[in-house]
Design a protein around this ligand. Sequence first.
Ligand code: NAD
Length: 485
Amino acid sequence: MKVYKNYINGRWIESSSKKTFQSLDPATNQSIGKFQLGNEKDVDSAIEAAKNSFKEWSDTPAPKRAEILYEIVRLLKQNKQRLGRLVTTEMGKVLKEGLGDVQEAIDIFEYMAGEGRRLFGYTTPSELKNKFCMTVRKPIGIVSLITPWNFPTAIPAWKLSPALICGNTIVFKPSSDTPLCGIEMIKILEKAGVPKGVVNLITGPGATVGKRMINHPDVRGISFTGNRGTGEFILKNAGIKKVGLELGGKNPIIVMDDADLDLVKEGVIWGAFGTTGQRCTAASRVIIHKDVKEEFEDLLLKDVEKLKLGHGLKSSTDVGPLINKAAVEKTHKYTSIGKREGKLLTGGDIVKGQGFFYKPTIFTDVSSNARIAKEEIFGPSLAIVPINDLNEAIKVANNIEYGLSSSIYTNDIANAFKFIDKVESGISYVNSSTIGAEVHLPFGGVKGTGNGTREAGIEGIHEFSETKAIYIDYSGKLQKTQGID
Ligand code: NAD
């Protein structure tokens, strides 16, 4: 079996632990390789490399850094089919979504390469004569990037591309469920000419590798995507480093009585069961007007019961496996809870045999305070909550700790705008599902979904840079602000 290595200071090397772990294809339980069980010592070496390469990389003009990013885009495009199949094999999502994952990586690298000729600051008037004021963007320094498994090329790319274009140097830890996707991404960066030491990769446990990446005194910035508990741990242990957190969601689709129910059905199936429900933006609640609930449920059930489970590489598969055994157990635990809290319409079973498969599951007549309507399950499990009007729908939608994505289906423009105004989420859709972000818009959430930062678009540049304010006084005399003579 192939043994993969860590990447430190431009070299692929073994961990000082001399230990490895395996990554599995979740559809077959077959191992796809051995990976270094990294430790704190490896992280320290990676940070040393990042420190030594910082001056040269941050001094490189941003348009020159962009040339390397454009080459990354070219190589990602050239390798899209191979990488898409790898995403499907290591993470489980169906191939068209695996290819979509890689396309998102291509899109964000392309967007951030363009930033090499912008990285805009701004100018603004001074309160004094003969004085010029402006801002510029500067790199943060060494940044730690810690990513989950559900978008194993896209999420690393969302962090690597802005971090690089802003002139930071990097230590990156992919999830232990998808280390090979992380490694293949770094191989592309290496081939594109990212200088040694600028990007370093360590595989291994969050509790040791991840923790050291957070508390190391030379790290200035941390960008983390993952679950809320880990995010809270990071915030507590990061001291005064700049921290970006992208955490969980419990995303609602509101369905009004004037909605096109066929359109809603397609959006709900895509949002709830696409990626086997393992998207932070997955639609896990349908909040529906009671007058159309039964008609909608009939429509939905017919199609959900036809969904085919299987290996994501098979073209007939609609829904792939969950990521691992723990995810199957968690989803099933919520099925037991759901049976006490609502009415099971379909699913609710573990699929016997190889791989981590779970039947698409729907509960109806769920109260908005039920655990299955409030807690993130991160599996193919949907709760339907009936409501009487839009005000109640918005109240139910907001009755959660998270605030990532939300959607409404209605043909009434007033409903749509009221929803946009009052729903508590970082992303909102009208007549479309809760998933489908585009890389030039900010991505992130409010409330328990994060700490206020956003990824992608111009906000991604803000996460990975510092703003410097500059005052140039050309009056030739001491001028004092705030009216002091
Ligand atoms: P996770 O928090 O278990 O793991 C994420 C990463 O953190 C992994 O690399 C892991 O090894 C590392 N880690 C774990 N413990 C750590 C510690 N103590 N210190 C430092 N690093 C540590 O999350 P997951 O199960 O991989 O991902 C699923 C979660 O991610 C879901 O909650 C989902 O909603 C969320 N997610 C959020 C977004 C978003 O943008 N808001 C996007 C995708 C996924």
